[in-house]
Design a protein around this ligand. Structure first.
Ligand code: NAI
Length: 402
């Protein structure tokens, strides 16, 4: 009998036949979703032989929702993700036009999905600009709800900008020019601590070696600098027996004792260099919104770009898994779309559910398909001697390779 995922005693309980809502997505969404679903169902069947199955439940968002209901994001969709706890989505086109809030951003805000989680690891054979892409294996935890990105801003010359400017200049001793647009950057202890807690828990549960706090605290002391301090103090307070700092590591000759997680920090600009020059020194990364926005795309590019990068937005329990690229309307329906990002996203979802065997099987199938150089158009263009297949054929190649 299909059943809901639920929470008991602070733990996620996954029944053997969980109902998982999905949003197909716009543009290439339906193509890559169909491929992904086929691969996931095949892996679950192969691994669990019918003992476990996923009961997929379609929920609407984007163009399909608009055509069927007149709404881009019906309330029932948000409610369903909240109710069923785990859901997966394809990319959604953001309609162009004034005053339209991105559906993706709305979902994150309404469901308080405060952590944008992006694992970035190279799959052998995927074209990469690095000499040693195999050294990249990081998971970026980007804070989703605060920072300059939260959208508190006023256009230059507007009434709001004028009010803020006057307050700043007459009451706070600032000197903001008359023709300036103004944005507010804020970061709270609560939000900083909860993202650090999530990153550390992930590190513990997945046997990761370090958590690096990436910030710009040398310049923005009371936002980014405080973020760093709050992350360290949370680690010290709640994970005392498990963590150690880089300084403490020195007394162990640079090698952390078994089971210890090293907490360190890097200034954001330096971190971009570090990820190119010494990627193997980094593992879990936790960072505020804007740094995380840049860093997660830059790191994904190191292993072959967004076409192969999975992602999820996760709250305390509710998790919405999504491909990191957009709806690619330019190639919709052509069979050129690579379902790799959404398939890896589904792998992440299966891991979150604790179905690690099925996740591993899909990953191996995908790796084998790529090592055989049977790939979609985007990768085939960059790989010598590759055989190009359509989106849906790629799914079959993965299944045959599992
Ligand atoms: P995009 O990621 O859709 O496309 C950028 C380029 O990458 C295009 O050349 C496209 O053909 C290619 N591409 C993307 N996904 C691919 C795949 N799976 N396989 C092969 N090639 C792929 O970004 P763009 O064009 O800026 O945005 C298009 C729409 O998607 C916009 O409406 C945007 O708002 C939306 N978008 C949605 C996201 C989401 O739902 N999470 C994320 C990013 C953009």
């Amino acid at each position: 009998m299909p059943d809901k995922v639920y929470i008991k005693d602070g733990k996620l309980i996954i029944p053997d036949n969980p109902i998982i809502p999905f949003i197909e997505g716009d543009g290439t969404g339906p193509d890559i979703w169909r491929a992904t679903r086929k691969v996931v169902d095949a892996a679950v069947e192969k691994v669990y032989g019918g003992r476990r199955t996923i009961e997929w439940k379609e929920i609407l968002a984007g163009e399909k929702a608009f055509h069927l209901t007149g709404k881009w994001l019906p309330e029932e969709t948000v409610d369903a993700v909240r109710e069923y706890i785990i859901a997966i989505k394809g990319p959604l086109t953001t309609p162009v036009g004034g005053g339209f809030r991105s559906i993706n951003v709305t979902l994150r805000q309404e469901l308080d999905l405060y952590a944008c989680v992006r694992p970035v690891k190279w799959i052998p054979g995927v074209p990469s600009p690095l000499l040693h892409p195999e050294q990249v294996d990081v998971v970026v935890f980007r804070e989703n709800t605060e920072d300059i990105y939260a959208g508190i801003e006023w256009q230059a010359g507007s009434e709001g900008a004028e009010k803020i400017r006057e307050f700043l200049n007459t009451r706070m001793g600032c000197n903001v020019p008359e023709d300036a647009g103004i944005g507010i950057k804020y970061m709270s202890k609560t939000a900083s601590e909860r993202i650090m807690r999530k990153a550390l828990k992930y590190a513990v549960e997945n046997g990761r070696k370090s958590v690096t706090v990436v910030h710009k605290g040398n310049i923005m002391k009371y936002t980014e600098g405080s973020f760093k301090n709050w992350c360290y103090s949370l680690a010290e307070r709640e994970f005392k027996d498990i963590v150690m700092t880089e300084k403490e590591l020195l007394s162990y000759g640079g090698n952390a004792p078994e089971g210890k997680i090293v907490v360190k920090d890097r200034i954001a600009d330096n971190m971009f260099q570090q990820m190119l020059l010494r990627p193997s020194e980094y593992d879990v990364i936790v960072t505020p919104n804007l740094n995380g926005d840049y860093l997660s795309d830059a790191v994904a590019a190191q292993v072959g770009g967004l076409g192969m990068a999975p992602g999820a937005n996760i709250g305390d329990f509710v998790a919405l898994f999504e491909a990191t690229h957009g709806s690619a309307p330019d190639i919709a329906g052509t069979g050129k779309a690579n379902p790799g990002s959404l398939i890896l996203t589904a792998v992440m979802m299966l891991e979150y559910m604790g179905w690690k065997e099925a996740a591993g099987m899909i990953l191996r199938g995908l790796e084998t398909a790529i090592s055989k150089k049977i790939v979609t158009n985007d990768l085939a263009k960059q790989m010598e001697g590759a055989k190009e297949v359509k989106t849906w054929e790629f799914a079959d190649v993965i299944i045959a390779s599992m």
